[in-house]
Design a binder for this molecule. Structure first.
Ligand SMILES: CC(C)(COP(=O)(O)OP(=O)(O)OC[C@H]1O[C@@H](n2cnc3c(N)ncnc32)[C@H](O)[C@@H]1O)[C@@H](O)C(=O)NCCC(=O)NCCS
Ligand SMILES: Nc1ncnc2c1ncn2[C@@H]1O[C@H](COP(=O)(O)OP(=O)(O)OP(=O)(O)O)[C@@H](O)[C@H]1O
Length: 201
C-alpha cells in the first residue's frame, strides 16, 4: 500500500520550505505549482488557450507567459481567475496523476502531493493524510510581501483568493505551526511523519 500525503496551506505559509525538508528525508514530492508552470509552456495546449482567452498582451517578448502580468489580472478579478483555473487545472491534474503513477510503478512507499489548492479544488480524496502548514495572518502577510516584493494590497488579494487558513487547519489530519523557526518546523514534521509511518522503507 502506498501512503499518499497531501501537503497544503496558504500562500507563503511555508509549503515549499516543508516540501524541501521532505525531499531531504528521501520522500518523493509532486509539486502542483511546478506542474502548473510546465503545462503552460509555449508548446502546450493550455498555453494556446490562455493566449486565446487573455490576449497576446500577457506574453513576454520571447513568447513565454508573463506571470506577473497574468497574476495581476487574475488576482484582482475572480471571474478572470476562474477562467484561468478552468484552463490550467485539468492539465495540472493529468500531469500530477501521471507523475504519481510513475512513482507507484517505481515502488515508492510514500508519495507527497504539494497542492496549494487541495481543499479549494476538492482533491482531498486523492490523499490518505492531509498535512497543513500554518502561519498566523500577520506572519503570512509579512513573508509574502518580503518574498515577492508585493504591496500590502497585492499580497492581500492573493491571500483572499484562497480559503482562510483556519478552515484548512480544521480539516487537517496534522498541522505544522510555521510561525517559529525552520528548526521548530522540522521537529514537528519529523514527529508527524513518524506517527504516520511515512519514513519506513
Ligand atoms: C497566476 C499565475 C500565472 C501567477 O504566477 P506566479 O509565478 O506569480 O505565482 P506561482 O504560480 O508561483 O503561485 C504562487 C502561489 O499563488 C497561489 N495561487 C496560484 N494560483 C492560484 C489560484 N488560481 N487561486 C488561488 N491561489 C493561487 C498558490 O498558493 C501558489 O503557491 C500562476 O499562479 C497560475 O498560473 N495560476 C493558475 C494555476 C494554479 O491554480 N496554480 C496553483 C496550484 S495548481
Ligand atoms: N519558519 C520560517 N521562518 C522564516 N521564514 C520562513 C519560514 N518558513 C518559510 N519562510 C519564508 O517565507 C516565505 C514563504 O515560504 P514558502 O515559499 O515555503 O511558502 P509556500 O507556502 O511554498 O508559498 P507559495 O504558496 O507561494 O508557493 C519564503 O520566503 C520562506 O523563505
Amino acid at each position: 500500500m502506498v501512503l499518499t500525503i497531501g501537503l497544503t496551506g496558504g500562500i507563503a505559509s511555508g509549503k515549499s520550505t516543508v516540501s524541501a525538508m521532505m525531499r531531504q528525508l528521501g520522500l518523493p514530492v509532486i509539486d502542483a505549482d511546478e506542474a502548473a508552470r510546465a503545462v503552460v509552456r509555449p508548446e502546450e495546449d493550455a498555453y494556446r488557450q490562455i493566449v486565446a482567452a487573455f490576449g497576446p498582451g500577457i506574453l513576454q517578448k520571447n513568447g513565454d507567459i508573463d506571470r506577473a502580468k497574468l497574476g495581476a489580472i487574475v488576482f484582482s478579478d475572480e471571474a478572470e481567475r476562474t477562467k484561468l483555473n478552468a484552463i490550467v487545472h485539468p492539465a495540472v491534474r493529468r500531469r500530477m496523476l501521471a507523475e504519481k503513477e510513475e512513482l507507484v510503478r517505481a515502488g515508492a512507499k510514500t508519495i507527497v502531493l504539494d497542492i496549494p489548492l487541495l481543499f479549494e479544488s476538492g482533491l482531498t480524496d486523492w490523499v490518505d493524510k492531509v498535512l497543513v502548514v500554518f502561519v498566523d495572518e500577520e506572519t503570512q502577510l509579512r513573508r509574502l510581501m518580503a518574498r515577492n516584493g508585493f504591496t500590502k494590497e497585492e499580497a492581500l488579494a492573493r491571500i483572499r483568493a484562497q480559503w482562510p487558513l483556519a478552515e484548512k487547519v480544521k480539516r487537517a489530519d496534522a498541522v505544522l505551526d510555521n510561525n517559529g523557526t525552520i528548526e521548530e518546523t522540522r521537529r514537528q514534521l519529523l514527529a508527524v511523519l513518524e506517527t504516520w509511518g511515512a519514513l519506513e522503507k
